[in-house]
Write a protein that binds this ligand. Structure first.
Ligand code: KIV
Ligand code: NA
Length: 266
């Protein structure tokens, strides 16, 4: 797709129905992002997510998302303690979780891991720029690479990851010029989130696209649907109908019983 200049549409999914929707409605890459921690499990950071929790959700997404390429985040701490641990955990993601590729956040420090996984035939997607798993040392969730020194570092990271074998790289929260430059420098596709319109593709978090919550909205988010207001309408109207006893309707939504049978019961 990159070579023929067709933009790649990637979207996160966290369970069977969201995976199914990605499959049915033309998504190219389904990502079981570790944003799962916040948007589905209510943790305050992706660093809370365990490998077992991630695998549990990958299994559900994999049952629903067959056609798109299926990628999942390696959770925090599952690839930091050495190449052997990273390999063992990535194999679990593939064998138990049913994903086709793994994504990991970082730069040069990941080169050995990426090399090893790709030699074993596990495709790796890189992720540079804003790294949510390192939000503490990055002093929060902020745009990366606005200064020349950091920008050069990010270009170098992306190039090294490609050389190590990464099949694609996510660029998160960087200036659009930098997103464009990195995309030109690489021969593998870049997938942007807050990296401007010149990357090979885009990715967004399901809940941001759907508008399922009304919390903080990053500059790079566009809400394409208004699920929260629909959910509010559904829940409040349902609860009101129960309280008013207008639900269920005795004819349309209840089961009848023959009079003759009923006589024998009473
Ligand atoms: O966890 C996630 O959802 C992600 C994407 C937004 C890139 O890493
Ligand atoms: Na992530």
């Amino acid at each position: 797709m990159r070579d023929t200049n067709r933009p790649i549409a990637m979207l996160t999914a966290y369970d069977y129905p969201t995976g199914r929707a990605c499959d049915l409605h033309g998504i190219d890459i389904t990502l079981v992002g570790d944003s799962l921690a916040q948007v589905c499990l209510g943790y305050d950071s992706t660093t809370r997510l365990t490998l077992d929790e991630m695998i549990h959700h990958c299994q559900a997404v994999a049952r629903g998302s067959k056609n798109p390429f299926l990628v999942a985040d390696m959770p925090y701490g599952t690839y930091h303690t050495g190449v052997d641990d990273a390999v063992r955990n990535a194999i679990r993601m593939v064998r138990e979780g049913g994903v086709e590729a793994v994504k990991m956040e970082g730069g040069l420090e990941l080169v050995e891991i990426v090399k090893k996984l790709t030699t074993f035939g596990i495709p790796v997607m890189g992720h540079v720029g804003l790294l949510p798993q390192r939000h503490t040392s990055l002093s929060g969730y902020r745009v990366q690479g606005k200064d020349a020194k950091r920008a050069v570092e990010l270009v170098k990271s992306a190039v090294e990851l490609e050389m190590a074998g990464a099949f694609s790289i996510v660029l998160e929260a960087i200036p659009h010029r930098l997103g464009e430059l990195i995309t030109r420098r690489l021969s593998v596709p870049t997938i942007g989130i807050g990296a401007g319109p010149f990357t090979s593709g885009q990715v967004l978090v399901w809940d941001d696209v759907m508008g399922t919550w009304s919390g903080h909205k990053a500059k790079f988010v566009r809400r394409f649907a208004g699920v929260q207001s629909e959910a509010k309408r559904g829940v409040t109207e349902y609860a009101a109908a129960v309280r008013e006893r207008t639900f269920p309707d005795i004819e349309a939504e209840s089961y009848p019983m023959e009079d003759m049978e009923w006589q024998q019961v009473v």
